[in-house]
Write a protein that binds this ligand. Sequence first.
Ligand code: PXP
Length: 235
Amino acid sequence: MILGVNVDHIATLRQARRAFEPDPVMAATLAVLGGADGITVHLREDRRHIQDRDLRLLREVVPMELNLEMAATEEMIETAIQIRPDLVTIVPEKREELTTEGGLDLHGPGNKFRDAVQRLMKEGIPVSFFIGSSIVDVDVSKEIGAAMVEVHTGHYANSRGEEQREELKKVMASIERARLNGLYANAGHGLTYYNIMPVASIEGLRGLYIGHSIISRAVLVGMERAVREMKERLD
Ligand code: PXP
């Protein structure tokens, strides 16, 4: 099971002062030492946390999967082609949101996504779609040409009791559907040390992408230890 650690929040702290520290590149190195299988960053259009410089340096220092989350815009496609991450995850992006709020809307005009997938795949960069927990969205992702999906677990994370159990079933069904469609399936968003187990136990899951919870613990106990403790839960 791949653990991709999202280091955006290290950059958020740095940008709060427009300073040089803490550096997400250093954080990524420590995450790797702690057992991360990959590093994820979201290069946002407004550059509110990760900067272009971070992405360039991360490409040099991350020895395993560098996953670039991005909107399917011309600027981002060109950046990805230049930097050559190991994986691009296409996410919806709204300026006013605190974090990525939902999966992609694949039911509008799909050409934007199709074009992005084709151009990135032509360059040898696999593309994952960040989608809601819906088997229809898995099918549409396959049809558009994504190699992978990442199923949004935010609703699972934020609900309780019966509602949470129902949402977990939907996440499981989406992952199973991806597997049947020949797509790799990941999951992420809102996952913590406390709610990870049921998701991590889903059969056929390729990887989990986690940011906020690991960085929150890292602030108190250090990056390596925070990653190691999450990795131990997954193993
Ligand atoms: N996966 C995707 C596609 C995301 O956009 C994010 C948030 O940046 C995450 C995973 C990680 O979410 P969290 O910070 O809640 O762990």
